[in-house]
Design a protein around this ligand. Structure first.
Ligand code: AKG
Ligand code: FE2
Length: 204
């Protein structure tokens, strides 16, 4: 169980999909509201499949061929290093104190529905493979702006004891940090997932 406590610098105010910086990211996350501020602290989810499907066909065809690097050190390196007194985080029986960047397809095919979705996120995706840094930045900025359009997002206002469950294979999320010094604690568990698969018959 992972505790996100605002008094312990636990914030999630960067759009992300959980733990995409490992080879087999969790399929599902389950989050429970334990301590809530009097106001604020809503969580937002973006539908990455709707986002993919509402891109123009030309752009979809192009990004179908791309691969991206995900690097947990971007947002989590500092946190992991001091976690459990420097002993790192436990993940599927393995202890991580350091994170090695991994590659995933930019477009993920959902293993159950076969639907395609954007599988890059500002929290953990560092760059696109095989293009210049400038091009990578430009491509990712377009995809992030599109993914997080209000049309693709739902927002939940928490009540004490609420539990949310989401599919990390088809969503990204963001927790509003708009409650000042008020206390907010969320508890999360994640369910094991598979290696993300890209679209078939591309040149990746
Ligand atoms: O605090 C929240 O609402 C979301 C936290 C989060 O990103 C997570 O538990 O994966
Ligand atoms: Fe998260």
């Amino acid at each position: 169980m992972y505790s996100l406590d605002s008094q312990d610098n636990g914030f999630a105010d960067v759009w992300h999909t959980d733990v995409t910086f490992v080879r087999r990211p969790p399929a599902i996350s389950v989050l429970r509201a334990v301590v809530l501020p009097p106001n604020g602290g809503d969580t937002n989810w973006a539908d990455s499949q709707l986002a993919y499907e509402s891109l123009s066909p030309g752009l979809r065809g192009f990004i179908d061929t791309l691969t991206a690097v995900h690097d947990g050190a971007r947002e989590f390196g500092y946190y992991l290093a001091q976690r459990r007194g420097g002993r790192g985080n436990l993940w599927e029986g393995e202890t991580f104190t350091q994170l090695t960047p991994v590659e995933h397809p930019v477009v993920r095919v959902h293993p159950e529905s076969g639907r395609k979705g954007l599988f890059v996120n500002p929290g953990f995706t560092s760059h696109i493979v095989g293009v210049s840094e400038h091009e990578s930045r430009g491509i990712l900025d377009i995809l992030y702006a599109h993914l997080t359009k209000p049309e693709h997002v739902v927002r939940h206002r928490w009540q004490p004891g609420d539990v949310a469950l989401w599919d990390n294979r088809s969503t990204a999320h963001y927790a509003n940090r708009d409650y000042g010094d008020q206390h907010r604690v969320m508890h999360r568990i994640t369910l094991r997932g598979d290696t993300p698969a890209g679209p078939p018959s591309t040149h990746r």
